[in-house]
Ligand binder design. Structure first.
Ligand code: FES
Length: 277
């Protein structure tokens, strides 16, 4: 049982949870993820990319969007209560080296996992250009944090309520048109459809792209096959081979189709949960 130190709503339906777990905080690296369970030992296992960690304080930060039954249960836990289960760190950490200039593209709740990677890449001497997109102003969070670790920080919203009225791919393309030779890598984290179009945007420029995938997961240890993705000609498991992959090799259509596989069951579960709470 892990003490929850904070669980605050930082944007509509988006919560920042800080958990005390010194052993895990010691081992966490940018890019790693954890699997948590919201209540009992038989509840759903939820994969969440680590949004931040503090080795000194022994804490771990997760940013959770409450969309399904399990995430709704999770965000109802209050500071002072305990999280029953968390395993991790899982997956491979991000490749942290000096690329020269890196672009970090964050969509929606993807801002959370982008932040520690951007910070670590800056510490490695990279010049960081970040693009942070959301549907609307209210859904933006951690803008100051991300801006503080970026030389250039561009905000886009679908409705123009903050920053530029555009999709993240527009400033991405414009920057690549003028500076592609300087850009050593483009990181992208957000909804799969956003990452798919970011990956397509960078192809003509021949710049390396890295996407962190949010596949359906069950065990998180490479045993169930639930998180399988097609990378080039190979089948890979997001939990043990990823979660980051070369964006140009990902079969996005298979990923998008697999993400929708349990929509009906999810709806059913959520209806049941809403009716009983
Ligand atoms: S979650 Fe089961 S193999 Fe990856």
């Amino acid at each position: 049982m892990l003490p929850i130190l904070k669980n605050d709503e930082i944007a509509p339906n988006i919560f920042e949870m800080v958990i005390e777990y010194p052993r895990l905080a010691q081992k966490a690296q940018p890019g790693h993820f954890v699997i948590v369970m919201s209540d009992t030992e038989v509840s759903e296992r939820i994969p969440l990319t680590i949004a931040d960690f503090d080795r000194k304080a022994g804490t771990l930060t997760l940013v959770i969007m409450a969309i399904g039954t399990s995430t709704r249960k999770l965000v109802r836990l209050k500071a002072g209560e305990k999280l029953p289960t968390m395993i991790g760190p899982l997956g491979h950490a991000s490749e942290l080296k000096n690329f020269g200039t890196v672009m970090m593209v964050a969509g929606g709740v993807g801002t959370a996992p982008v932040y520690p990677i951007a910070r670590a890449l800056r510490e490695k001497g990279n010049r960081v250009i970040s693009i942070q997109g959301a549907r609307t102003k209210e859904l933006l969070f951690w803008t100051e944090k991300l801006s503080a670790v970026s030389e250039e920080h561009i905000i886009t919203t679908d409705d123009g309520s903050a920053g530029r009225k555009a999709l993240v791919t527009e400033p991405l393309r414009e920057i690549l048109e003028t500076k592609s030779k300087e850009i050593g890598c483009v990181y992208m984290i957000g909804p799969a459809i956003m990452m798919k179009f970011c990956a397509q945007t960078i192809v003509p420029f021949g710049v390396k792209g890295v996407a962190s995938l949010n596949s359906v997961m069950i065990d998180g240890t490479g045993m169930c096959g639930g998180c399988r993705v097609t990378i080039g000609k190979d089948t890979k498991f997001t939990c043990v081979d990823g979660p980051e992959f070369d964006a140009s090799l990902i079969d996005w259509d298979i990923l998008l189709a697999r993400q929708k596989m349990y929509c009906e069951e999810e709806k059913c579960s959520l209806n049941h949960y809403i009716c009983n709470t």
